[in-house]
Design a protein around this ligand. Structure first.
Ligand code: DHE
Length: 540
């Protein structure tokens, strides 16, 4: 018996050595470059440990098992695959970089660095102490109609006056700032970047400034503040991809208070996950809780922050097993139900934040990607919430009113066909009759330059679709729609390449006519835009 195990061990060992020897060689410089490219372009979907999530598993033994040799991998990286962009064809990676990445993927996964609470504390800085900040708004501008515009690839956020369409200021916020969220009163913008840096911007200053900053981790995507009555702005929470964790900080100073690892088990019983990333976070209106979505484990955590002041008390966390690969999501119209995409399993999960229960898991199309989704009252289905899809030509319109319209609640009331796949964001406003949709990751530049609008009251009516003039010429993809404070117009970014200034186009919310363009040397790689009033009040 013992000999048999020795023999098996020997065979496995020899097999591993043969594979390790066959792994293509990389110089130390090439390894560093490949690690950087992997972090920038691949880790978001495939994971830093390459175990797969939205994208497939890319561990070398798994690749080999699936028959992926060097040439095959190069072809996939060049031409794209499923929802993955054609990195080579799009010119994002050169042929040498494609070759480098294919070789990198056939090598063992490098160990990603750790990040301790001491590391975090050493990065924390209050740039303007709370008592030196304005007591009332110092600006005569309508600051509640400011837009925070992410200039993604230059690591900045521009504050733009939505009334006057003027640039107020530009602030450095860190590598590939991902989202902005607002304090409940709208005064502070919170930013989180893919380098894990969180910053808070005070919009009451005549010229808004970053007033505090902290590096929560090495890779992050989400942030929110405490919004429950009595706790408004007291805390903020940062959701990290790597190391997989969340950090609770002081809402005004970003002082690090409590760190919680999110490593865990698939649906609390399956395999152990070192990489178990924090995706979307929202702040409950019913209790002092954040709703935190844990991607790989498929859990939604209800994180109660009301005991933070009690010595030694950990956060009270209720872990609900929902669906794997939770990603982005938003509130229904009543702000009681939170709907979140479990993108790789083609579902939308619903959480009732009043009863604190898992309500439904709704089958939708391939790779739902709602952003925060879009809400309106449909004449037949009642209140609905909609999501687009990355891989399907579909928009799923889901009923969200179990009391008034039970026949449509937590079901796809209508599936709209879109002219292209590759939708990233979808948005509306109570004052606009339209549901606006982009096609940022569709496979053709023509589709990337196109926007479509559906008439919300009659989804069967043909949509109005148009190619945005100037987008193709700038090789830009139209991305992310945001309405102004009073809902009379919506803004869409033209996401181009670094070094090529593009534009943000402003449309009339009723006629869909172009009203204005925000241009300037500073308009480089604009992506997400967040209107202060709408973000603070969850209007979408
Ligand atoms: Fe995002 C939201 C993660 C790619 C722009 N993105 C989110 C959220 C998550 C996430 C978890 C929800 C945050 C929340 O609500 O708390 N995004 C990821 C990824 O993992 C992914 C797929 C790959 C990556 O490596 O980042 C990814 N995202 C993108 C982009 O390529 C976009 C277009 C540009 C960029 O910054 O890289 C992009 N993501 C956005 C935006 C939002 C967002 C603008 C917020 C939408 C909103 O209206 O709230």
């Amino acid at each position: 018996m013992r000999n048999r195990w020795v023999l098996i061990g020997l065979v496995l060992g020899l097999g591993f050595m043969a594979w390790a020897q066959a792994a293509p060689k990389l110089t130390p410089e090439e390894m560093e470059r490949a690690k950087e490219i992997y972090f920038q372009q691949c880790a978001g979907c495939h994971g830093v440990l390459r175990k797969g999530a939205t994208g497939k598993n890319l561990e070398p033994d798994q690749l080999i098992k699936r028959g992926r040799n060097l040439d095959f991998i190069k072809t996939i990286i060049t031409n794209g695959y499923g929802g993955m962009p054609a990195w080579g064809k799009l010119g994002i990676l050169s042929p040498e970089e494609v070759d480098l990445m294919a070789r990198f993927l056939l090598n063992p996964v490098p160990e990603p660095p750790e990040w301790t609470f001491d590391n975090i504390k050493s990065t924390w800085k209050v740039l303007v102490p709370v008592d030196q900040r304005p007591k009332a708004p110092e600006t005569d501008r309508n600051w509640q109609n400011y837009f925070g515009v992410i200039l993604r690839d230059v690591g900045k956020v521009a504050i733009v006056d939505g009334d006057r369409k003027e640039l107020v200021t530009i602030l450095p916020t860190g590598y590939a700032t991902h989202i902005l969220r607002s304090s409940k009163d709208g005064r502070y913008f919170y930013t989180i970047g893919r380098d894990g840096w969180a910053k808070v911007i005070d919009l009451w200053m005549k010229e808004p400034k970053v007033v505090a900053q902290v590096r929560a981790c090495l890779d992050a995507r989400s942030i929110d503040t405490s919004k429950y009555e009595g706790y408004e702005g007291k805390y903020a929470v940062i959701g990290c991809y790597w190391p997989s964790s969340m950090l609770v900080v002081d809402g005004k100073t970003l002082e690090p208070l409590k760190m919680v690892s999110t490593q865990g088990y698939v649906l609390s019983q399956g395999q152990f996950l070192r990489e178990n990333r924090v995706a979307s976070i929202v702040s409950s209106h019913y209790s002092p809780e954040w709703i935190v979505n844990i991607k790989e484990a498929g859990q939604t955590w209800l994180v109660n922050y009301s005991n933070m002041d009690k010595k030694g008390r950990p956060l009270d966390i209720t872990m609900i097993d929902t669906e794997r690969f939770l990603h982005d999501g938003g509130w229904d119209l009543s702000k009681r139900y939170f709907l979140v995409a479990a993108n790789a399993v083609k579902k939308v999960v619903v959480i009732d934040t009043k009863t604190r229960e898992f309500v439904a898991s709704i089958p939708v199309g391939d790779k739902p990607h709602p952003g925060r989704g879009a809400n309106w009252v449909h004449p037949e289905y009642g209140p609905v919430w909609a999501t687009g899809h990355i891989k399907d030509n579909k928009i799923a319109v889901i009923g969200t009113d179990p009391e008034g319209h039970p026949e449509y609640a937590w079901k796809v009331a209508e599936m709209i066909q879109t002219p292209y796949p590759g939708n990233l964001f979808i948005k509306t406003h109570p004052k606009s009759p339209w549901l606006i949709v982009d096609f940022t990751v569709a496979p053709t530049p023509e589709a990337n330059a196109t926007l479509c609008a559906w008439y919300k009251d009659d989804l069967k009516r043909d949509p109005v679709c148009w190619q945005v003039p100037g987008a193709l010429e700038k090789k830009a993809r139209m991305v992310h729609i945001e309405f102004n404070k009073d809902g009379t117009e919506f803004w869409v970014s033209a996401w181009g390449k670094v070094g090529v200034p593009t534009f943000i186009v402003v449309y009339d919310a009723v006629t869909l006519k172009e009203k204005a363009r925000i241009t300037g040397d500073w308009v480089i790689t604009p992506t997400g835009k967040f209107n202060v009033y709408n973000t603070a009040n969850d209007i979408y």
